[in-house]
Design a protein around this ligand. Structure first.
Ligand code: F3S
Length: 404
């Protein structure tokens, strides 16, 4: 990879140990991927924040960086931590876990990173939501990466946790993959017949993710009225099942017009309907917790659309004894929402937690044995990362099971 004189000096340590270590990480990863140079980034979104997933290795890495004087040089945000940083006691998070998680957060804060722990930076932070089509960024959360590339038209690879911090410190990333036009071209055309409901969008992402893990899909036939919320959930499922960093959707995503039907006629084509997807549901998500009493919502974390939808469903209703619904949302979004929605949701008995999510918080330590969720991404990861059963259900069904 070609480095400028200044970049060479940073690599040699002329600007300090932290910058040298960060530069080494970026250059090594870029060399592995065949990058030709480094490019400036507008923002970074740092993943790997929870002690549940990062363990002691994360603490040692952060301690080393802080000791070496690391500071971020571009607006940088954090992915969810392993607990609500204020209400962790009411969540039932064990004391020892909480202490270690707070130590991790403290280390991140010493480097100048925005402390709102949320996985939907595209809905939360002014500095990050100002990301625009064509901007180069370094984001490390898979749902945020696929949203940024697809729905915004910004450019980011799916960076790992240590790499996102390194990019935030240097203010650059290596130029390959999603940063290049050729890396973003569709390789399969998916024609969707008829309307999909919310669950249908989740299943569409999961189906393509599972069966076409190396392809970039261009969807045709999705309703432009689907809105950001359904596309957000479809993308999250696609990235969870298949690791995809991007998709295109005709009439919805900003780069889809680069690929009109006549230019994609040679691609493999898949035709699919809501009925096909519902028929595949039990194959994609074998029901493993149909007797669950606890339901977790907010993967990706709730935005305004999800709060509005939930408030409409629970309005005037009450949680039945023995049932629980836990919602996860970034803390910073709350002051921007109509207070009426939040009052209605809380009065119904739904619990709202911040800074964390159901996948990276220690559910077992909170004595939650089996859970239901409306999120295809959560239903995919909860059994793998928490070792407990989960079932994928429509939100309307979850509310019916829990409320009078
Ligand atoms: Fe976000 Fe946690 Fe899901 S980080 S996308 S809510 S797994």
């Amino acid at each position: 990879m070609h480095l400028t004189r200044d970049e060479e000096r940073i690599l040699k340590g002329d600007k300090g140990e932290a910058e040298a270590l960060a530069m080494r990480i970026i250059v090594n990863l870029g060399d592995l991927e065949g990058a030709d140079r480094l490019i400036p980034i507008k923002t970074a979104h740092i993943s790997g924040v929870s002690y549940q997933t990062g363990g002691e290795g994360l603490i040692r890495y952060l301690e080393r960086m802080v000791k070496a004087g690391a500071r971020v040089t571009v607006p940088s945000s954090l992915n969810p931590a392993g607990m609500d940083l204020r209400e962790w006691r009411s969540m039932g998070v064990p004391e020892e876990f909480a202490e270690t998680q707070l130590e991790i957060i403290d280390l991140f804060s010493k480097m100048g990173i925005n402390m709102t722990c949320a996985c939907n930076p595209y809905e939360l932070f002014p500095a990050v939501t100002s990301v625009e089509k064509g901007d180069h960024i370094a984001w490390g959360e898979s749902n945020a990466v696929i949203f940024a590339n697809s729905m915004i038209g910004a450019r980011t690879n799916r960076e790992g946790g240590p790499a996102t911090l390194a990019c935030a410190i240097i203010g650059k990333t290596s130029n390959w993959g999603m940063h290049l036009d050729e890396g973003r071209r569709p390789t399969v055309e998916v024609r969707v017949g008829g309307e999909l409901d919310h669950l249908g969008y989740n299943l569409l992402g999961a189906f393509i993710g599972k069966n076409m893990p190396s392809d970039i899909a261009i969807f045709r036939g999705l309703s432009p009225a689907a809105g950001r919320e359904k596309m957000k959930h479809m993308g999250a499922a696609l990235a969870a099942k298949g690791g995809h960093p991007i998709y295109h959707a005709e009439g919805i995503t900003p780069e889809s017009m680069l690929y009109p039907p006549e230019d994609t006629a040679d691609l493999q084509r898949i035709d699919i309907t809501q009925k096909d997807l519902l028929d595949m549901k039990d194959d994609l998500y074998p029901p493993d917790a149909d007797d669950a009493d606890v339901f977790v919502l907010g993967c990706p974390q709730f935005g305004a659309f999800e709060f509005d939808r939930l408030a409409g469903l629970v309005r005037g209703r009450k949680m039945v004894d023995g049932k629980r619904i836990l919602v996860f949302a970034g803390r910073d979004i709350m002051p921007h929402l109509p207070g009426k929605w939040i009052d209605e949701i809380r009065e119904s008995g739904v619990e709202i937690y911040h800074d964390t999510c159901m996948v990276v918080t220690p559910l077992k330590g909170m004595n939650l044995g089996k859970v239901g969720t409306d999120s295809a991404k959560a239903a995919h990861y909860i059994p793998r990362m928490q070792g407990i059963g989960s079932s994928l259900l429509p939100l309307e069904v979850i509310v019916e099971r829990c409320m009078d």
